[in-house]
Design a protein around this ligand. Sequence first.
Ligand SMILES: *[C@@H]1O[C@H](CO)[C@@H](O)[C@H](O)[C@H]1NC(C)=O
Ligand SMILES: *[C@@H]1O[C@H](CO)[C@@H](O)[C@H](O)[C@H]1NC(C)=O
Ligand SMILES: *[C@@H]1O[C@H](CO)[C@@H](O)[C@H](O)[C@H]1NC(C)=O
Ligand SMILES: *[C@@H]1O[C@H](CO)[C@@H](O)[C@H](O)[C@H]1NC(C)=O
Ligand SMILES: *[C@@H]1O[C@H](CO)[C@@H](O)[C@H](O)[C@H]1NC(C)=O
Ligand SMILES: *[C@@H]1O[C@H](CO)[C@@H](O)[C@H](O)[C@H]1NC(C)=O
Ligand SMILES: *[C@@H]1O[C@H](CO)[C@@H](O)[C@H](O)[C@H]1NC(C)=O
Ligand SMILES: *[C@@H]1O[C@H](CO)[C@@H](O)[C@H](O)[C@H]1NC(C)=O
Length: 238
Amino acid sequence: MLPSVFVTLAAATLASAHTIITYPGWRGDNLITNETFPYGMQWMYPCGGMGVTTNRTYWPINGGAIALQPGWFQGHATAFLYMNMGFGTGGPDGGPINMSFPMVAPFQILGPSKNPYPGTVCLPQVSPPPNITINVGDNATIQVVELAVHGASLFSCVDITFVEPHDERLARVNETNCFNSTDIGFADLYTITTKAIGSTANATTSGAGAIADLRSSSSWASWLGYVPILVGGVWYLL
Ligand SMILES: *[C@@H]1O[C@H](CO)[C@@H](O)[C@H](O)[C@H]1NC(C)=O
Ligand SMILES: *[C@@H]1O[C@H](CO)[C@@H](O)[C@H](O)[C@H]1NC(C)=O
Ligand SMILES: *[C@@H]1O[C@H](CO)[C@@H](O)[C@H](O)[C@H]1NC(C)=O
Ligand SMILES: *[C@@H]1O[C@H](CO)[C@@H](O)[C@H](O)[C@H]1NC(C)=O
Ligand SMILES: *[C@@H]1O[C@H](CO)[C@@H](O)[C@H](O)[C@H]1NC(C)=O
Ligand SMILES: *[C@@H]1O[C@H](CO)[C@@H](O)[C@H](O)[C@H]1NC(C)=O
Ligand SMILES: *[C@@H]1O[C@H](CO)[C@@H](O)[C@H](O)[C@H]1NC(C)=O
Ligand SMILES: *[C@@H]1O[C@H](CO)[C@@H](O)[C@H](O)[C@H]1NC(C)=O
């Protein structure tokens, strides 16, 4: 599986850069632009135009690694990454009915340049979404969303079956398939409330409007294990 992924990457970087899930795998090559997908297949919600697959890969029931080559759009050196899970087979593509269960707090990746670039990032231990009962043998789908600087998103998925953590069918995670390229940086995302709900402030002159308004609810923050901290009337997610 992995060698073909890296071969595909070479082609991908020539075209323009998109997301390839290198571990635990992906639904298949959606780095395609044709008459059906004139804007490029990977922009299609929820899984970049790829329907559910039957060649599922395995993933530990207590969570595991997710590695990807985020690639780069020309002109876009940074992106936000999201990793979600969906359950069931009731969706229009035969996969999950939605991909509404986040597994990590979104984070930013910092690319080396505005040109496409073939680096890898890997989170070695991503947990399944909290408060969902999962059994060995259950099927699910992992979705990686790469939010580009202009607000549109690229979608990639991999269909998985949960197995015990030491199942021999799991592709072992090591420095070959799970590593961070030195040229790709990471950044945490912070939200800064510039006007709280219910506040009476009607700002007229302030720099607040220039601050990215990446609002998160505190429930989102707390279940991710992030503690919102109030400093000088501003919420910080730490
Ligand atoms: C499933 O099959 C497709 C088509 O051959 C392939 O591109 C993809 O990598 C496979 N997925 C996994 C998880 O092995
Ligand atoms: C475009 O590519 C997708 C994926 O391979 C394929 O399903 C679709 O039929 C193609 N469309 C055309 C018009 O060739
Ligand atoms: C999981 O998916 C595989 C392959 O699509 C299928 O054969 C199997 O029946 C599914 N398992 C469950 C529990 O739905
Ligand atoms: C999303 O899918 C889950 C099943 O995995 C379902 O319980 C939930 O109601 C769905 N949410 C929405 C908003 O459809
Ligand atoms: C890492 O694990 C993969 C299988 O997942 C294997 O093919 C590869 O040889 C391993 N690399 C090292 C350095 O052990
Ligand atoms: C890659 O960097 C991220 C962010 O610092 C970190 O969470 C992750 O553990 C790193 N991955 C590896 C394989 O060290
Ligand atoms: C802000 O100003 C608008 C226009 O005068 C007014 O309709 C609105 O109620 C004000 N909002 C607050 C929170 O005071
Ligand atoms: C999980 O469910 C429990 C009980 O309903 C709730 O108290 C807790 O906040 C939930 N945890 C998360 C992370 O949603």
